[in-house]
Design a protein around this ligand. Structure first.
Ligand SMILES: [Zn+2]
Length: 87
């Protein structure tokens, strides 16, 4: 496949560790092994879709308390918050 930024061929899949600001804006968490791409010219990066998926997951899911690190897999397996409950 070609790079989504510079259109160079030969982009490969990789995994990337990224710090992410939590939705409250005050804390950060390191997310490990996020599926990513590597381009020889641009380096490694996440797709826009992946960025969006992680933003939504951090907003909607119940994360382990006081963890500074979580793997992408753990994040996507975390239960949804019960944000629509009125009780
Ligand atoms: Zn590129």
């Amino acid at each position: 496949m070609n790079c989504m930024w510079c259109d160079a061929p030969g982009v490969t899949k990789t995994k990337k560790d990224c710090y992410w600001i939590m939705p409250d804006g005050r804390s950060a968490i390191e997310i490990l092994k996020i599926p990513a791409f590597t381009c020889k010219a641009c380096g490694s990066y996440l797709s826009d879709e992946m960025n969006h998926e992680i933003d939504m997951a951090l907003y909607a899911r119940e994360l382990p308390q006081n963890e500074k690190q979580i793997t992408y897999q753990q994040l996507m397996k975390s239960p949804y918050k019960n944000i629509f409950s009125m009780e």
